[in-house]
Ligand binder design. Structure first.
Ligand code: SF4
Ligand code: SF4
Length: 555
């Protein structure tokens, strides 16, 4: 329901004219020409959609459908659980055939619970499309609610639920940063998105700016994105947007990293283990921004994304509009299939991506690139050698860490020292491994160390919960014991103050005891069965009787 407009006048964008630099980084060959010049195509509707319940950071969504259910496009099929979580929707119409573990895009090659939909090819929505909404009449909470219900997460790769990141009203935000700086070589999905849908990006930015009440908004693009820049300026001129600025940043990898981009544009550092909102900045990927436009203005959940399918290992590299849940194999086929000399398949770019052994994994909300490479294009690294302490890794680290020290501690499982050396400030950009003359797979060590720490934290949490439960159990037993003792004490007190009735009870008990005693004596006096006694037994009985008689006479 539309609410009254929030009144705030947006001043002209603050200068942010001067660009800054961050420590380290690399100038890498872009390989973007492979896919950047071709228009986005549609992958269509695949025969099967595989929708993981967890496509984001946080708690997995809770499944709401069963095998045999018919679903329509856009239907909520798994709901958000808690604040840091995201809903999942059917990205096309069809029938749910299974809910089971399937391989998902992950460096570990793990399987995870997924909803499998056999599509009907109709791609039909249940309801006719709603009218566009006027976001300017919405409060921040209402905008966040639209974003939450649409299941939007950071499409740049991190997958943090967008409504949680916005914090709508929880932080004082001065600058909204729309990140269109492609983070890695080869990837061009954000570039193509801007070139073809700049108006949606501008509208999405305005919605976000309204939601977080940011005075300033910068859309950051890379130096070589001239067509995209022109498209943004045209869209800006066509809208009546104010306070939005387009800025080009140098092509230094990883300028697209959130912390690095903030440093380049503002000169400010995000605190270690902190968030950009701690310094009044919110950063959103440009794909996420377009998804926000769809969610808030067109009331559409997140059902698709643009994926760059590239590398010399596919026939026709290009960007493809893909329904979430589409198998990677379907996308490779849409890009003309594999070339005869394809060697490896990576999810993500060459620096932060990971090799996958199969292509029957689904496209998730965060999957931005499928890279099929030949041996010539990306030879397998030679075997790792010992660290020679050359310091090259330190020179290029954009997080200003000491990668060789981190490696040392991660390798020896000295997690405390690794954390002291900023393990969790490492953005896993891969610059250190790229320049290492010993070819040490440094990032793998960091990832492993982080997962060990997370696992240990999880176990500690679990044992804390178990301990708390045990203590609660003991407390309950103690309480029951005390209550019982109190009840007994009360009873005793009641008995002692009952006006003599306890004396009667006492007398009755004593009389009963006396009766028992008498019965016992009578039993002893009863004549015994003497029919079968031996002569010795008879003599013994006679002697006892005689002695009893003498005793009675003497008394
Ligand atoms: S670049 Fe490699 S060899 Fe050189 S100090 Fe770093 S880890 Fe050691
Ligand atoms: S992977 Fe981590 S340690 Fe290595 S250069 Fe990047 S931020 Fe630094």
């Amino acid at each position: 329901m539309a609410k009254s407009a929030t009144s705030f006048s947006r001043p002209a964008v603050a200068s942010f004219d001067r660009l800054h630099t961050f420590h380290g980084g690399l100038k890498l060959p872009g390989h973007r020409e492979l896919s950047a010049s071709r228009p986005i195509i549609s992958a269509g509707v695949p025969a099967i959609l595989v929708l993981p319940l967890q496509q984001h950071i946080g708690a997995p969504a809770e499944c709401l459908v069963q095998p045999g259910d018919t679903v329509h496009k856009g239907q909520l099929i798994a709901r958000q659980v808690g604040t840091i979580s995201a809903a999942v929707h059917a990205s096309s119409s069809g029938t749910v055939t299974a809910i089971e573990d399937r391989p998902v895009p992950h460096p570990s090659g793990l399987q995870a619970p997924c909803i499998i939909i056999e599509t009907d090819g109709l791609d039909r929505y249940q309801d006719s499309q709603s009218n566009a909404l006027d976001y300017t009449r919405m409060e921040a909470d209402e905008i966040c609610d639209h974003i939450r219900r649409a299941g939007i997460v950071g499409l740049g790769g991190a997958g943090f639920p967008t409504q949680a990141k916005l914090g709508c009203g929880k932080h004082k935000i001065n600058l909204l940063l729309i990140n269109a700086v492609e983070c890695e070589p080869y990837i061009t999905c954000d570039n193509r998105l801007i070139q073809e849908r700049a108006a949606e990006v501008i509208e999405g930015a305005r919605v976000l700016q309204h939601a977080v009440q940011a005075d300033n908004c910068i859309i950051a693009i890379e130096d070589d994105m001239t067509v995209a820049e022109q498209a943004l300026h045209t869209a800006l001129a066509a809208s009546n947007a104010t306070g939005i600025k387009v800025t080009r940043v140098p092509e230094i990898y990883p300028s697209g990293g959130e912390r690095q981009l903030i440093k380049v544009l503002t000169g400010r550092e995000v605190p270690s283990q902190g968030f950009p909102s701690d310094i009044g900045i919110i950063c959103q990927n440009v794909g996420t921004t377009a998804a926000v436009y769809n969610a808030v203005i067109k009331q559409q959940p997140l059902l698709s994304r643009i994926v760059t399918v590239t590398g010399d290992g596919v026939v026709q590299p290009q960007n493809i509009e893909t329904l979430i849940g589409t198998p990677v194999s379907h996308l490779v086929a849409a890009a003309g299939g594999y070339t005869h000399d394809v060697e490896r398949l990576l999810i993500g770019g060459p620096m932060m991506g990971y090799t996958v052994p199969v292509d029957n994994i689904p496209v998730t909300k965060t999957l931005n690139c499928i890279l099929a490479v030949t041996r010539e294009e990306m030879p397998a690294p030679p075997p790792a050698q010992p660290c020679i302490r050359c310091g090259k890794c330190t020179d290029v680290c954009p997080a200003d860490l000491l990668p060789q020290q981190l490696y040392w501690y991660a390798r020896s499982s000295n997690q405390d020292a690794a954390q002291d050396y900023g393990l969790f400030d490492c953005i896993e950009c891969g610059c250190c491994a790229y320049v290492c003359p010993s070819h040490i797979p440094l990032v793998q060590y960091y990832r492993h160390a982080k997962s060990e720490i997370w696992l240990a934290e999880k176990q500690t949490k679990a044992s804390d919960i178990a301990r708390q439960r045990h203590e609660a159990h003991l407390n309950r037993l103690e309480r029951i014991k005390q209550e019982r003792a109190e009840r007994m004490a009360k009873k005793k007190q009641a008995l002692s103050s009952d006006g003599g009735s306890s004396d009667k009870k006492k007398a009755a008990i004593e009389a009963a005891l006396e009766r028992v005693k008498q019965k016992k004596e009578q039993a002893e006096m009863m004549p015994r069965n003497v029919d079968n006694l031996t002569s010795e037994q008879q003599q013994l009985i006679d002697a006892v009787d005689k002695r009893r008689q003498q005793k009675d006479e003497s008394e």
